[in-house]
Design a protein around this ligand. Structure first.
Ligand code: 5AD
Length: 352
């Protein structure tokens, strides 16, 4: 799709127009990916972070956060539960650290998960996705060799001016893009995404984000609304143009546009959608998403991993999250793909 067409989709405002777009996106989803929704059990294993992103609740400058790191035993317990629940894949997410101790920890835990979750149901063990920020090519290779095969690294925005505005000077768009390239070089299925409704963000920029993801040959997308966090400096920025209602609607239209343009990729219905609307994730699925990330982070850590205000699901244990999601997925007429990695056809069609 050309930029103009994407911009038109993202600008839709009347219920009829929006419903027509939703149906087109759903059609593209069913034709290219099918009706199964795949799970990625989410373990937020540490909120210790060396970055200081201006939007994020766990930025290094936030002294009010109680910092934690889950033990290897706790993470393995989550992984075993994940495998037994039939989720098929796990996502290990944390704040960004590049010190050798952290890298070794991640390598160790990934190998342990791969080893211990092999079963007749998933003969190659859980699919492991990492979401631990920018690292060197060598580190990415080690993570890949340990057995992780997917990596999520959001670009946050592909607009150079906006990227600079929302990050400290030490973080650059160029190095984020280079990291995405290195991830591919290391053999990962690569996911990225953006936040929607950032102060100063325009429809043009969001359309350019979709063009960027297509150009980078991205196979997985995780994007959602930007939601202010009181302890982050960006919460003070006046942002008249992005009401919650418009942010939410645009986030759904971004999912639809990405589905229509990139077609055979995995797109997550992210938790942030549900922070704005109680049925936000179901809406994400209806607009073309096919992946959901059930919470596996132990309850006692959840309230210390608040990237934004109003984060939902912080008081329901993993068993409740599972039941709740089953209902949500069935409520929109979709089925659940259990005991499968659920790689995007984007990869399986190409044979890697
Ligand atoms: N609102 C929405 N999403 C956020 N993230 C971080 N802070 C916020 C916020 N205030 C997202 C970023 C990051 C992901 C892990 O969480 O996009 O990549």
């Amino acid at each position: 799709m050309g930029t103009a067409e994407i911009e038109e989709i993202l600008s839709a405002a009347s219920p009829d127009e929006i419903e027509a777009i939703r149906r087109r996106a759903e059609q593209v989803l069913l034709e290219n990916v099918g009706d199964a929704v795949h799970y990625r059990g989410l373990v937020e294993f540490s909120n210790i972070c060396s970055m200081n992103c201006l939007y994020c609740g766990i930025r290094s400058g936030n002294r009010l956060v109680n910092r934690y790191m889950m033990s290897e035993a706790e993470i393995l317990d989550s992984a075993m539960w994940c495998a037994e629940a039939g989720y098929g894949s796990i996502v290990l997410q944390s704040g960004e650290r590049r010190d050798p101790e952290f890298v070794e920890f991640v390598v160790g835990i990934v190998s342990a998960i791969k080893r211990k979750t092999v079963s007749p149901d998933i003969p190659e063990g859980l699919g492991v996705t990492l979401c631990v920020g920018e690292q060197t090519l060598d580190v990415y290779r080690r993570f890949r060799e340990a057995g992780a095969h997917r990596y999520l690294l959001r670009v946050e925005t592909s607009d150079p001016g906006l990227f600079v505005k929302i990050h400290p000077v030490a973080q650059t768009l160029a190095s984020r893009i280079r990291a995405l390239e290195m991830l591919r070089e290391a053999g990962f299925q690569v996911g990225t995404g953006v936040m929607i409704g950032l102060p100063g963000q325009t429809i043009k920029m969001l359309a350019a984000d979709i063009v960027f993801m297509k150009r980078m040959d991205i196979g997985m997308i995780g994007m959602g609304p930007y939601i202010p966090h009181n302890a982050a400096p960006m919460a003070e920025w006046v942002c008249g143009e992005w009401t919650q209602e418009r942010t939410f609607r645009t986030a759904l239209l971004m999912i639809a546009a990405a589905r229509m343009d990139l077609k055979d990729v995995n797109i997550a219905a992210t938790t942030a959608l549900q922070a704005i609307d109680p049925v936000g994730r179901e809406e994400g699925l209806r607009f073309g998403a096919n992946v959901i990330m059930p919470q596996l982070t132990p309850l006692r850590y959840r309230s210390d991993y608040l990237l934004y205000e109003n984060k939902p699901c912080i008081d329901e244990d993993r068993g409740k999250c599972r039941k709740c999601l089953e209902g949500r997925i069935h409520s929109v007429g979709r089925k659940i793909g259990l005991n499968e990695w659920g790689d995007a056809p984007h990869y399986t069609r190409r044979g890697h």
